[in-house]
Design a protein around this ligand. Structure first.
Ligand code: NAD
Length: 321
């Protein structure tokens, strides 16, 4: 039996927003961490503070390359698979690369895990798999039709996760994240998420953009809750495997209210600009998280007010450096 300290994690996409937060927390708990990333959207600055840690090992490589997946999975206990192309609108413009990275890349990770007898693979899925379902809250097993290539890739990876569990006995758990936000989320580029874009626009004197009327709503999830969900999923009972779980903060905020709350927190009064609704965007999201509560022991610790304050403080610190 391995001691706790000898447990090895592989975090794919470990230089990204969620992955780098995962690496940091795992290291702080004394585990060994391998990070695999191709730096397509990941950043060195997200992991620079981890580089000196003797328990941290960085592998620069692409999950589309089976050999690097195989090599980095060797002697690994748990894989936290985060590497993927994000962004619904980008997937509508460039569907082929989503198929290559999100589907084939994930298949490579499952296959490498099977070959190397990895104990369990936790993989990032998304609320986008609920597609056009109108009923709220969204519940596992009650999905609608997907409305973007990104969502389809996540749906397919969930199917592969289930199949690898049933036919090979590989322990897989899919986590359907709902709009994650917090420290280290990139505000850069046209495909950045709404919270870092709002905060940085307000702090740098620019006008924030809102797509649609702003009345669309999201179930926002603070990053530390997502990190905790991943770790809980690794050590949850065997009855939890082969399934997918909603992971969210459990609330619902309209985008216009998010903007107002950030404005108020920052004490800055500037109106946003409104643009067309983006294709592929769902109108509302709100998760039922009972399944994750019961099977994984997951309970979100951060409500939106608390999470957004922590997030704003982090961006203020970074921008003042
Ligand atoms: P991110 O873009 O910050 O992180 C993704 C990481 O994967 C990056 O470091 C990137 O360089 C790496 N990567 C991309 N393609 C790769 C490849 N071919 N080979 C190796 N590495 C590659 O995004 P994130 O927000 O941290 O998302 C992490 C995961 O969570 C993704 O699977 C995403 O689809 C999923 N997810 C995120 C959210 C959210 O709100 N952030 C919501 C639902 C699902």
């Amino acid at each position: 039996m391995k001691s706790e300290k000898d447990i090895v994690f592989l975090v794919t996409g470990g230089a990204g927003f969620i992955g780098s937060n995962l690496c940091k927390e795992l290291l702080s708990r004394g585990y060994k961490v391998k990070c695999l990333d191709n730096f397509s959207t990941g950043k060195k600055e997200n992991i620079v503070e981890l580089m000196e840690n003797p328990n941290f090992e960085l592998f620069i490589g692409d999950i589309r390359d089976f050999n690097i997946c195989d090599k980095t999975s060797n002697n690994v206990d748990y894989i936290l698979h985060q590497a993927a192309m994000g962004s619904v609108p980008r997937s509508i413009k460039e569907p082929c690369i989503y198929e290559e990275v999100n589907i084939r890349g994930t298949l490579n990770i499952f296959e490498a895990a099977r070959k190397n007898n990895v104990k369990r693979v936790i993989f990032a899925s998304s609320s986008s798999v609920y597609g056009d379902v109108k009923k709220l809250p969204q519940k596992e097993g009650e999905e609608g039709q997907v409305i973007s290539p990104y969502a389809l890739t996540k749906k397919v990876t969930e199917e592969y996760g289930d199949l690898y569990n049933r036919i090979y006995g590989l322990e897989t758990i899919g986590l359907r994240y709902f709009n994650v936000y917090g420290k280290k989320q990139s505000p850069d580029g046209e495909y950045a998420a709404v919270i870092p874009k709002f905060i940085v626009a307000l702090l740098t004197g620019e006008k924030a953009r809102i797509n649609g009327d702003g009345l669309q709503s999201r179930d926002f999830t603070y990053i530390d809750d997502v990190v905790e969900a991943n770790i809980k999923a690794c050590f949850a009972s065997k009855y939890a495997v082969g399934k997918v779980y909603n992971i969210s903060g459990g609330g619902r905020e309209q985008i216009i209210d998010v903007y107002e709350k950030i404005k108020k927190c920052l004490g800055i009064d500037r109106e946003p600009e409104f643009f067309e609704t983006r294709a592929g965007d769902i109108k509302n999201s709100n998760a039922n998280i009972e399944k994750a509560k019961i099977m994984l022991g997951y309970t979100p610790k951060y409500d939106f007010e608390e999470g957004i304050k922590l997030t704003i403080n982090w961006y203020k610190e970074v921008l003042n450096k």
